[in-house]
Design a protein around this ligand. Structure first.
Ligand SMILES: Nc1ncnc2c1ncn2[C@@H]1O[C@H](COP(=O)(O)OP(=O)(O)O)[C@@H](O)[C@H]1O
Ligand SMILES: CC(=O)N[C@@H](CCC(=O)OP(=O)(O)O)C(=O)O
Length: 270
């Protein structure tokens, strides 16, 4: 029987605040057997903190970190070292079996420089996902935990935005995709009040990006979500990691956070 996968992207914004129930939800999901969870994680705030401590300046263009060789060393240390192993340990605490792996290992994520008008340095986009590695880990009973560093055929490393990496992994597996972040959903502020969009289609999402309502780290999230829906991804939502059992509710089909759609009729596929 073909396995069904759900790619869960954990944002650095929320990693330190995730309740134990989040990790328990991931482990319970795997034990239930219908959907196989795969975690792709970020870690932007830790990278920024470490860069600040070492006195290395950092800048972002449309939510992507301009990455010099010096920045790249810190990015890899934070993502493939600290954060990846922290998530493995949290899942073990929840009595799960987790296997941490970076996109470099086994050529899991091959990458090329991101297509951008500005010079972004070593910022990459995924060109291929070696799904065999993921499927083998899942087959052996592990929850794969992926850090978003990519590699090219010459052995060059790339810093990949975690939202984009999660989208590429979900596309390669025809999975569901769930972005876990630090906000209750995508919102618009009117008269000092935040109004959450429970659903957002691609036309409206692009308008909100143009208007600057969707900004910063939310831009790669929304753009990756739309790309994923065009490429066999079944469903994409952005949900609050702090919401108790949020992941569980998403998997039960409950309306939670913001669901991204391709068109107003609510269809995910064109
Ligand atoms: N319209 C919007 N709705 C919700 N969040 C937004 C919006 N525009 C920008 N953001 C920002 O995007 C952030 C989430 O992106 P990011 O910081 O990259 O998180 P993560 O680490 O979870 O990927 C939110 O904390 C918020 O500050
Ligand atoms: C190219 C690029 O921007 N890479 C990101 C990778 C980490 C990330 O995406 O972390 P969040 O999910 O917490 O934002 C960065 O350097 O911050």
């Amino acid at each position: 029987m073909n396995k069904k996968y759900v790619v869960i992207k954990c944002g650095g914004s929320v990693l330190e605040k995730l309740p134990h129930s989040f990790y328990q939800n991931v482990v319970d999901l795997q034990k239930q057997g219908e959907w196989q969870p795969i975690i792709v994680h970020g870690g932007g705030p830790l990278i920024s903190k470490l860069l600040k401590q070492t006195g290395v300046p950092t800048t972002f263009v449309n939510g992507l970190r301009v990455t010099t060789q010096e920045v790249l060393d810190v990015v890899e240390m934070a993502l493939s070292g600290s954060i990846n192993k922290q998530i493995v340990r949290k899942l073990v605490e929840a009595e799960g079996k987790a296997f941490g792996i970076s996109g470099i290992d086994g050529g899991l994520l091959t990458a090329k420089p991101v297509d951008n008008k500005e010079d972004m340095g070593f910022v990459g986009e995924v060109t291929n996902v070696n799904t065999m590695i993921i499927k083998d880990l899942v087959e052996k009973g592990f929850i794969p935990i992926i850090s978003p560093i990519g590699i090219d055929e010459s052995g060059e490393r790339f810093n990949i935005n975690a939202d984009m990496a999660a989208s590429a992994v979900a596309q390669s597996l025809g999975a569901k995709l769930c972005y876990i972040s630090d906000i209750p959903g995508i919102y618009e502020e009117k008269n000092g009040q935040k109004h959450i969009f429970h659903q957002l289609d691609q036309v409206k999402a692009n308008q909100l990006i143009d208007l600057g309502v969707i900004a910063g780290g939310m831009i790669p999230k929304v753009q990756s979500a739309i790309k994923a829906l065009h490429q066999h991804v079944l469903e994409v939502s952005i949900i609050d990691g702090i919401e108790p059992d949020g992941l569980w509710q998403f998997m039960q089909g409950k309306e939670i956070g913001t669901r991204i759609l391709l068109n107003k009729e609510g269809k995910s596929h064109v």
